[in-house]
Design a protein around this ligand. Sequence first.
Ligand code: SAM
Length: 519
Amino acid sequence: MGENSSAASAQKPHDLKRVNLGSYQKAPLDGTKKSKKRKVHTKEVKEGSNEVVLGYDIKALLSSLNIEESGDVELPERDAEIKLTVSKLSSTGEGLAVYNGRVYTVPFGVPGDQVTATVRRHNDDHSVSKIISIDQPSPDRDDSIVGCGYFGTCNGCQFQMLPYAVQLEHKRKVVQRAFKNFSNLPPELIPEIGVTMPSPLQYGYRTKLTPHFNGPRRGGFKEHMPVPNIGFFAKDPAYVMDIEDCPIGTDTVRDGITERRTFVKENLTTAFKRGATLLLRESTMRTYLEEAGEDGKKWIDKKLCITDHNARSIEYIGDLKFDNPAGSFFQNNNSILESFTAYIRENLNLPVVKKAEGSTDATETAARPKYLVDAYCGSGLFTITCGEGLEKVWGIDVDKSSIESARKNAKANNIENADFIGSTAEDIFGKLTFPGLETSLIIDPPRKGCDKRFLDQLLDFAPKRVVYVSCNVHTQARDIGYILSDEKGKGYRIDSIRGCDFFPQTYHVEGVAVMTKID
Ligand SMILES: C[S@@+](CC[C@H](N)C(=O)[O-])C[C@H]1O[C@@H](n2cnc3c(N)ncnc32)[C@H](O)[C@@H]1O
C-alpha cells in the first residue's frame, strides 16, 4: 500500500490512543477533613494493554448503572475500610464494585460477593481495594475448589474459586467485549462468540514456569545474608513471594521447583551475583514400543525438567515431535495442543489428509487451498501440525533460533514442502509466487498484535482463508477491525470467533478468529 492509503487509514483503530484517565478529589470517609484537589494525569497507554481494557470495563459498568463519570467524587483515605458488592468481573481478572459513584477493583472478588475491603490507592479512573473478609459469598464462589495455598495473595492465578464452567463462560464474554470495544466494526459483522475451548487439564498443565528472586542492591550475595524469597509476585503489594509449589505446573515442573530452590539456597554466594529468573521447562523422552500398551499408545514417555535456557527441550503433539531450545517460545499447555491444532487445521480449510471413513472429501479437495503461510511461526507449531498434503508452506518469524528449530522440526516430521524465513512478518509477502485465492494464512503474533505494514500487505495478497490466533484478544479485535474496515477487506466475512483456554485459573484467553474471502 502506498503513502496515500496509509494516510487514509490514519483514522483506523490501529493507532496508539492517548487516553485521559481523569481526575479526582480525595476526602475522608466521614467528610470531616477538607478535600484536596489532585492533578489531572494524562498518560500515554497502548491499545490492548490491561490499563486500557480495564478502562472500557469501568466505563461500561458506570454506564450500565447510569452513573456519569465525574472528577468530583469523594474518595476515602488509604487503608479506610469500606463495604463493597462486586457487580462485574473485568476482562483483566479483577472484580469491579461501585462505591460512592466510583469504580473500585476488587482482586479475587466474584460478582455477587459482599465484602469488607481496605482502600489501597486511587488511580486516575478507578480506585483499588483489597478484600479483608467476604461477608456474603456470591453463588458462583466455591472456595472449596481452590487448589493452591498461595491463591488470593499470589498474582499468578485469579480464578481458582470459580467452577471451571464459570471460568470458560467468563472468557467467552471477554472475547465478546474485546470485539465490541476494539474492532470498531458494526455488530452485524461480528458473529456470535463461540464457546471457549476447554483445557483437558485445569491444574498440572503448565510445562514451563519461571520463578525468580531479587539480589542485593550491590556487591553480590554474602554468606551472612538470608536466602531471598524465590517465587512469583504477590498481587498487592507486589513483592516476590516465597513459593514452594505451584499446582498449575506439571508434576515434573513442580519437582523442578523443589530442586531449583534447594540449588539456589545451597549455591547462593557462588552461583549467583544478583537476582535471577529460574527456568523450569518440561521435556519428554519417548521410547517407542513394538506393540501398543494397555492405554493404546505405542510409546512410553519419561519426563525431565530442563533448567538450562540453551539445552534442548522436546515436546510431542500426538506423534509429532518438537525439539526447541528450552528458553525459547513454545506453547505452555501441552494438554490442549492436540485438540487446538486439529481445530486450527480444520478452520484453515486444508485438504483432509487422514480421511474419515465414508468421507466424501475427494471432490471437495479440489476447492481447498493448496498453500499455507504461517506468519509468526515460532518453531513451526502450525507448519508442522497443518502442513501435510499441501503444495507449499512458508513460515516466517523474527526470531532466528526459532526459525532454525522450525526447519529441523519440519524435516524431522516429514514436512518436505516447507520453507522458513528469519525476518519480520511483512517480509513474507514478497516471497509468495502463488495466488492468495489458493492460500490459507495463519497469523499468531505477540501480544501487541500485527504491524500495520503486515496487515496492508495481507490485504493486497488477499488470502482465501485467514485464521488469526492471539494471546491478546483486544489487539486481535483491533487488527481484524482494521482488515474489515479497509476497502480491500470488505470482501472478507468473519466466520467464527472463540476463545481457547490455554491458562485455566487465570484471566488469560487465547483467541481464534476465522475469516474467508467471499468476493
Ligand atoms: C505467540 S508466538 C507464536 C509462535 C508460534 N506460532 C507458536 O504457536 O509456537 C509469537 C511469535 O512471533 C514472533 N515475532 C514477534 N514479532 C515478530 C515480527 N515483527 N515478525 C515476525 N515474527 C515476530 C516471536 O518470535 C514469536 O515466535
